[in-house]
Design a protein around this ligand. Sequence first.
Ligand SMILES: NC(=O)c1ccc[n+]([C@@H]2O[C@H](COP(=O)([O-])OP(=O)(O)OC[C@H]3O[C@@H](n4cnc5c(N)ncnc54)[C@H](O)[C@@H]3O)[C@@H](O)[C@H]2O)c1
Length: 268
Amino acid sequence: MRLKNKTAFITGAAQGIGEAIAASFVKEGAFVIITDIHRELDEKTAKKYGDKILYIPLDVSKESDWKNAISIIQKKGLKLDAVVNNAGITGFNGNKAPMNPEECTIEDWQRVHKVNLDGVFFGCKYGIKLMKDRGGSIINMSSRSGIVGIPEAAPYASSKAAVRNHTKSVALYCAEKRYEIRCNSIHPAAILTPMWETMLGTGETRKKALKNIEATVPLHRLGDPMDVAYAAIYLAADESNFMTGSEIHIDGGILAGASASPKKAEVT
Ligand SMILES: NC(=O)c1ccc[n+]([C@@H]2O[C@H](COP(=O)([O-])OP(=O)(O)OC[C@H]3O[C@@H](n4cnc5c(N)ncnc54)[C@H](O)[C@@H]3O)[C@@H](O)[C@H]2O)c1
C-alpha cells in the first residue's frame, strides 16, 4: 500500500505500460484517473477496477481535452498527488512512410511531436496548476531514444529527448517556486507492449524479429510493462521524496554500453 490515499492521473492508460501503471497503482492503494483516446479499452480497464478508477477520455495533444479533464476533476473535488505523462506514439502505426532525417515529412514530424512533446507539455502545465498547493509528483515517459539517436525514427527520438530536457526545466521551476512538486523521467527500452506489434509482424517473422531484438539487449530478453510500472510506483510514492529532475533507465542494460564496444583483446 505504498500509494495509499493518493490520487494519480495517467495518460495513455488503455494498454501497455500505461495500463500496467494504472493496475499497479490501484494495487498499491491509489485512486486512479485513467485517460486515453482508446475509449473501448479504457472502459474495459475502468470496469475491471470498479470504484478505484475513473475514466476520462483525453487526447493529450488537445488542450481543450485537458481543460475538460481538469474541470471534471475539480467538479468531483479530487486532489491529485501524481501525474503520469505516459501516452506516446512512434509514428509508425498504420504508416509506412520513412521517418529518417532525410525523408521524413513535416506532417509526420509534427504529428509525433504533437502527441509525445505537446502532450507532456500540457500534462506538466496542468499538473503544476492542480498540484502546486499540496505538492506531488510528475512522471514523464521518455525513452532510451531520448538519449541516443535513432536514424529510422528521428521524430520519435527528438520528441523523447525534448521530454527528457523539459522534465528538468519543470523540476527546477517547481523547486524555485517551492511548489513541492517533483518531476522525473523514465527511459524504457525494449518493453514488449502493443506498441511493438505493428513492427514485429506475425508467425515466423515475429519470432525472428523478437530474437533479433533480444540479441541487442544485454539481459538477452525483452522487458515487461510491470518492469516500468515498479519505477513509476517508486516515483509516485513518498520514498522518492528527494528525487527531482532525475531519470531512471529501464532497458535491460542497453544504454550501459555500445554495440560497437571492442572485444577484450582489442582493449588498450
Ligand atoms: N514499449 C517500449 O519498448 C517503450 C520504450 C520506450 C518508451 N516507451 C514509451 O512508453 C509509453 C507507453 O508505451 P507503450 O509501449 O505502452 O505503447 P502502447 O502503444 O502499447 O500504448 C500507448 C497508449 O497511448 C495511447 N495514445 C496514443 N496517442 C494518444 C493521444 N494522442 N492521447 C492519449 N493517448 C494516446 C494509445 O491509445 C495507447 O493506449 C510511450 O510514451 C512510449 O513512447 C515505450
